[in-house]
Design a protein around this ligand. Structure first.
Ligand code: NI
Ligand code: MN
Length: 225
């Protein structure tokens, strides 16, 4: 499974014919130097919650590629009015797709969708456990530290993408607790240094985490599991 960090919480994931973006925040992402048009053969897009730095370019990319957006019920309904295909799930649900399985996990955060007409309710925010060809990826979305993360230990996660930037999500200290709860083989820190309010030093996170291998990716770098 090939995982490319695109800055902030945006990742491109490829395994065989499965080609997906998670939280496709590319336009206006100071860490992403590409454009939505760079992604022309996606099969799926995952959206953890309605905030602009996660929903991002999902509609535009889904329209140009025909990719199915996997997200919560409320955001799926919103996307249905935009003429794209969305598969609704909800917290705790696991679903079999042609590429593998997806479980929607809890996240403690907001999910309002910013529109010209004001904020629309985007349901509960979430994270995803995505399993393809026996490889398991966990993307936490935006979240504070929760005891629920202890439940993820039984998933035997190969790679966890965890926010460390503080202010809107866990900071380094809480993210370290999260890793100890989840016990993934590897961790990629995310959601930091995009904006001044979420500045964090990932090397401090790497020093603190003793039980999992921390992989610090610069935007556009690829890690394979
Ligand atoms: Ni958010
Ligand atoms: Mn965010």
């Amino acid at each position: 499974m090939k995982i490319q960090f695109l800055g902030h919480s945006c990742f491109y994931v490829e395994e065989g014919t499965f080609k997906a973006l998670i939280d496709p925040f590319i336009t206006n992402n100071p860490q992403a130097d590409g454009s939505p048009a760079d992604f022309n053969d996606l099969t799926h897009i995952f959206v953890t919650h309605g905030h602009g730095d996660h929903l991002g370019d999902a509609v535009e990319i889904a329209k140009s590629t025909g990719a199915t957006i996997i997200t919560n019920y409320e955001i799926a309904c919103f996307l249905g009015t935009k003429g794209v295909t969305a598969h609704p799930m909800h917290i705790g649900g696991r679903t079999k797709f042609d590429f593998g399985t997806v479980k929607m996990t809890t996240a403690l955060h907001g999910s309002g969708i910013e529109t010209a007409e004001g904020l629309i309710c985007g349901g509960n925010p979430c994270g995803f456990v995505i399993e393809v060809n026996g490889k398991k990826l966990y993307h936490a979305g935006d979240t504070g530290l929760t005891m629920d993360m202890k439940l993820l230990e039984v998933e035997h996660i190969d790679l966890a993408c965890i926010p460390i930037g503080g202010n809107f999500t866990m900071d380094i200290e809480d993210a370290t607790y999260a890793v100890h709860f989840i016990q993934p083989k590897k961790v990629i820190p995310m959601h930091y240094n995009t904006f001044p309010v979420i500045e964090a030093d990932p090397t401090i996170f790497k020093e603190k985490v003793q039980t999992s291998e921390v992989i610090i990716l610069k935007p556009n770098e690829i890690h394979t599991i």
